[in-house]
Design a protein around this ligand. Structure first.
Ligand SMILES: [Zn+2]
Length: 488
């Protein structure tokens, strides 16, 4: 573990298509990562995207620590990875040691690997604790001394009749004693975070709601189940934790179906009530903060709208030709704008074309302030319909990839580096092969899809070197290069 105590990302932050299942710790490259307890290596893998170079370590308590975005491994593991890369001729490898007797074993304090910026920069350590397929909040294991109370930054409330729950919260003024009066059932939203030695990005350990001092609700935002991704999207409970604005929002249970027909109000809604609601937040060290709200809630439930119709807009590709590129798509049919402010997430999108999607040609994309992010490849074939879930606002649409990857190789300080980009979809990293002076070399990706150092079996001197490269994008468009590169 690096000695850095600055969290740049918290457990359960909502990311584009998943919840962040660990913490990100700011860490210079390379810092030693040592075995937290005696244990053994379960898995090591290298991946240009996502976790980058990663190591899974089985701890003595049976949980697994996951370290991501590494720069390299301790020498023996590094050699194992390198040998396998050379045999396969690709950067990506993935070892799983299922047997603790033959797996590499380490004692507490021994160096396992080094921090870096592989997969996703800038330099930081992604650190997870898993119990089987459940990602647990690492801070609840490595609990720092913390005498600061969790902070409730804001509380807002919504009425049951609201069509658009996320935007319609009305903020309470927390300095006065807040009062809420409504003829409808009422639910609350909270923004809170846990300050302390790890910075402000930690989520609290527990959020509870009491009505007249009887506990009616508890959430422990520390578990993410990897085997049930559908739970993340379709679960009754929708969570949104953000580190961007340095606080955390918690939305109480929301009705998934038309609750009117079921006549049961889900937990979280308070109806026919006059009294005091107390919302309490607790951190890992037992420090608590709470807010009391004088509440008068009715039960009229007017204007109720079925949520399903909000969640499943139909997106129909019109026109004779669906092979239009993203940029040419017309706002009348080929793209859909989902606004954070007026849409309930997660939203399910269904896209129907008037002819089958061509295999591998199309991508479902999201454009936003961070640029276009290719989400996934459309299966194509006979399928004229695709569906997906989105957690965030933005413009979504179908794009076609029409240009091959672009490569730049340069030489400096006795080394060769490369960048490999694909403008429209993304590089298929399994396709990237490289030879330098006729020998297999490994292009090592440091940042997602952008490239990095080319590792060669023998060190390179000054002068001209022959570099052969081949790569394909995810639309299956491949290209090869045979260039001479000078190392000055
Ligand atoms: Zn991370």
């Amino acid at each position: 573990m690096p000695d850095s105590r600055t969290l740049t990302g918290g457990h359960a932050d909502s990311r584009l298509d998943h919840f962040h299942g660990g913490v990100d710790l700011r860490a210079r490259t390379p810092l030693k990562v040592v075995a937290p307890t005696d244990g053994w290596v379960e898995r090591i893998g290298t991946n240009p995207a996502g976790y980058g170079r990663t190591l899974y370590f089985r701890l003595s308590d049976g949980n697994t620590a996951v370290f991501g975005h590494l720069s390299r491994y301790e020498p023996e593991l590094q050699e194992l990875v390198r040998d396998s890369q050379l045999v396969r001729g690709t950067y990506r490898v993935d070892f799983v040691f299922s047997d603790s007797l033959t797996a590499p074993r380490y004692s507490a304090g021994e160096v396992l690997c080094y921090t870096g910026s592989s997969g996703r920069g800038p330099a930081h350590l992604h650190f997870e604790i898993r119990h089987g397929a459940v990602q647990l909040d690492p801070l609840s294991f490595y609990r720092p001394q913390d005498n600061d109370k969790p902070v409730i930054a804001a509380i807002s409330w919504v009425e049951y009749s609201d069509d658009i729950p996320l935007s319609s919260g009305r903020d309470l003024v927390l300095s006065a004693s807040p009062r809420v009066k409504s003829s409808e059932p009422v639910a609350f939203l909270i923004r809170c975070y846990d300050p302390g030695p790890w910075g402000r990005n930690a989520v609290p350990a527990a959020i509870r709601v009491y009505v007249n001092e009887r506990q009616v609700y508890e959430d422990l935002p520390s578990r993410i189940d990897l085997l049930c991704p559908a739970n993340i999207y379709e679960k009754l409970v929708y969570r949104e934790f953000r580190t961007n604005d340095r606080d955390v929002r918690r939305l109480f249970d929301w009705p998934e179906k038309d609750a009117e027909s079921e006549m049961d109000l889900p937990l979280g809604w308070i109806e026919d009530f006059i009294g005091v609601v107390r919302i309490e937040v607790e951190d890992r060290n037992g420090n608590t903060s709470s807010v009391r709200i004088a509440l008068e809630a009715g039960s009229e439930r007017r204007n109720l709208r079925a949520r399903d119709s909000v969640e499943t807009p139909e997106f129909v590709l019109t026109g004779d030709d669906v092979s239009l590129s993203w940029a040419e798509l017309s706002p009348q049919g080929q793209e859909i704008l989902i606004n954070n402010d007026d849409f309930a997430f997660p939203a399910k999108l269904v896209l129907t074309a008037n002819q089958p999607f061509e295999q591998g040609k199309y991508f479902f994309k999201r454009s936003g302030t961070t640029g276009r992010i290719p989400l996934w490849r459309i299966p194509g074939g006979a399928d004229e319909t695709i569906s997906c879930y989105v957690l965030r606002g933005g413009t979504y649409g179908v794009a076609v990839d029409a240009t091959p990857p672009k490569l730049v190789v340069s030489g400096k300080s006795g080394k060769l580096t490369f960048t490999l980009v694909d403008e429209e979809s993304s590089i298929d990293d399994g396709s990237v092969k490289c030879r330098v002076n006729g020998q297999t070399a490994i292009p090592e990706f440091e940042y997602e899809e952008d490239g990095g150092l080319i590792w060669t079996q023998s060190s390179l001197g000054r002068g001209t070197h022959r570099v052969q490269f081949e790569a394909a994008n995810r639309a299956g468009m491949s290209k090869s290069w045979d260039v001479e590169v000078n190392i000055p």
